[in-house]
Design a binder for this molecule. Structure first.
Ligand SMILES: C[S@@+](CC[C@H](N)C(=O)[O-])C[C@H]1O[C@@H](n2cnc3c(N)ncnc32)[C@H](O)[C@@H]1O
Length: 260
């Protein structure tokens, strides 16, 4: 896609969905848009944009595609083991009355449900606050509906976890008691206000699509939203270049602590 065309498409997407693609990497996003146009079988972007503006169903599909919401329970199990055995015990010692935890970019909810399952296993009696946010309304609707989730998405759950937290069928939903611990909210990480004093912010596999400037901005905002000693948990390939410049210290792969 030519730059001029991309500028036009970006501006239509902003008008239609209120999503600002300025924060996303150009080349990656152009490739995604090109392949979407091929799949749509429309001859040009102006045809496609005309079609999508008139079809609410297509708007949901296109928005889902743009925001890329692939996910699964306990995604990267090794990192979740570190969270369970090294990070959580420390956080629970510092905040014995319960943790404030935020899943930022929670997609269809499984990351937030993973956190609820983990907290149920290691600190079931405290009234934790679990916030889960995403820009994608369709993904949030599925999160709030507690699924359904497929076999791939639940593959890392143990038989005991399945028994306690899932209603199993041909697809699987989260039990209401597990779901009741989470507050889901629609939020754009670039436009909307953040809550604060979090013990733990989990933002995994979200910033990979953002420009370096957008990532830097976001990391500073996350740091401000943590309490001193609070932890930011990122995705496997996401590294903050000079964390101490923004008041963070890297203490394990994917984990950063707010200094102070
Ligand atoms: C690949 S999913 C990651 C889901 C989950 N964190 C995980 O690791 O399994 C990326 C999510 O980021 C969300 N996202 C993308 N841009 C966003 C923005 N500006 N504000 C909030 N969420 C955003 C997408 O809607 C999508 O659900």
């Amino acid at each position: 896609m030519e730059q001029e065309q991309y500028t036009q498409v970006k501006s239509s997407i902003k008008k239609l969905f209120n999503i600002d693609l300025e924060y996303y990497k150009d080349e990656q996003m152009k490739r995604r848009l090109d392949s979407w146009l091929v799949r749509s079988q429309k001859p040009s972007w102006s045809d496609y944009l005309h079609f999508v503006s008139a079809s609410p169903e297509e708007q949901v599909r296109f928005r889902d595609y743009l925001t890329i919401n692939v996910t699964e329970f306990f995604r990267d199990p090794d990192r979740w083991n570190t969270l369970r055995s090294e990070v959580m015990p420390d956080l629970l010692r510092q905040s014995p009355k319960g943790l404030r935890v935020w899943s930022a970019g929670c997609s269809i909810g499984v990351e937030a449900y993973t956190l609820a399952i983990l907290l149920d296993e290691i600190a079931p009696n405290q009234p934790h606050y679990l916030l889960a946010t995403d820009i994608d309304r369709g993904a949030l609707a599925k999160a709030r509906a507690r699924g359904p989730y497929n076999n791939d998405e639940i593959r890392n759950l143990t038989p005991m976890q399945r028994q306690k937290h899932l209603d199993m069928g041909t697809t699987h939903t989260i039990k209401p008691a597990t779901a009741s611990r989470i507050t889901f909210k629609e939020q754009d990480l670039f436009k909307d206000r953040f809550e604060n004093q979090f013990d733990l912010i989990v933002c995994r596999n979200v910033v990979i699509y953002f420009t370096n400037e957008a990532k830097a901005l976001l990391y500073e905002k996350f740091t401000a939203a943590l309490r001193p000693g609070g932890v930011l948990f990122l995705g496997g390939t996401e590294i903050i270049p000079r964390p101490n410049e923004i008041g963070l210290k890297n203490f394990a792969i994917s984990f950063y602590k707010k200094i102070g």
